[in-house]
Design a protein around this ligand. Structure first.
Ligand SMILES: [Fe+2]
Ligand SMILES: [Fe+2]
Length: 262
């Protein structure tokens, strides 16, 4: 049983937090003392989130009018507020830790973008805007856009990145960043749940829906070596379980092992 839009709207209101007051002072001081290999993995992940959260915040705009039902539209609006908050957090981290220029957001964005693996940029800067534009132009259905946004980009790619960040930060080396990522992950759990709720209205023959399993397997590699093979396979297993839960793949395939994870 998947909850209705009013449940998600109430949850969003209850979970709201402030990205500007999260204390990152100790993190900024500890950053340069981290092991260089660890710092470079963290750099890819944090820069990737900075770009990804900025794009998901922008590209969610046409989902709201496409929802038609006002209760569903209100949930997309609440989600968009979350995505803006997530971007604000990672933008602060980029300025404090990654060495991005603190003043002009445009320069900061160019600096951060150069740190992100090209496959990740392709997903968030080409695939997502193309799909959002097709939705706003009436050339794509809402479920097709949700399939990419909520189930692939959030449910697979960003979920893998959050798992990797939390694994890297498990020892408390960057306590403010870890707390921020935990809060982001908590929000993203309801975003994906809401996406699954939207998918109940799908056309079973829709091409974007039929390829969700293969899309997930292709997208999981977007982070490159910053996400371990173990995390990739764990996230793909969760993706399969979600698809089975809403009847998009047979239950037996949810538990099948996948030979290639990215
Ligand atoms: Fe987000
Ligand atoms: Fe999200």
């Amino acid at each position: 049983m998947i909850a209705g839009p009013r449940y998600f709207a109430a949850l969003a209101a209850r979970l709201r937090w402030d990205a500007d007051t999260l204390d990152l002072t100790a993190d900024a001081e500890s950053w340069s003392a981290l092991d260089p290999a660890r710092r470079s993995r963290l750099t890819v992940l944090l820069a990737g989130f900075c770009i990804a959260e900025s794009r998901v915040a922008d590209e969610l705009a046409p989902f709201e009018p496409a929802a038609k039902d006002p209760a569903m539209a209100a949930v997309f609006a609440a989600q968009r507020a979350d995505e803006r908050r997530h971007y604000r957090l990672f933008d602060r981290i980029a300025a404090l830790m990654l060495g991005a220029p603190p003043g002009d957001p445009g320069s900061r964005r160019r600096f951060v973008r150069a740190l992100v693996p090209p496959p990740l940029l392709d997903l968030f800067e080409r695939r997502l805007p193309e799909t959002a534009s097709a939705l706003s132009g009436g050339r794509a259905e809402l479920v097709d856009a949700v399939a990419l946004y909520h189930l692939i980009l959030e449910g697979v790619v960003l979920s893998a990145g959050q798992h990797a960040l939390l694994a890297e930060l498990g020892d408390g080396a960057l306590p403010g960043v870890r707390r921020g990522v935990e809060l982001v992950e908590r929000d993203e759990r309801w975003h994906v749940g809401f996406g699954l709720r939207c998918m109940l209205a799908r056309d079973p023959g829709s091409a974007s829906v039929l390829t969700l399993l293969e899309e997930g397997q292709a997208a999981i590699g977007a982070w490159g070596p910053a996400v371990s093979a173990e995390i990739r396979s764990r996230v793909l297993a969760q993706h399969r379980r979600r698809l089975a839960a809403i009847g998009l793949i047979p239950e037996a395939r949810a538990h099948a092992t996948v030979g290639r994870s990215g």
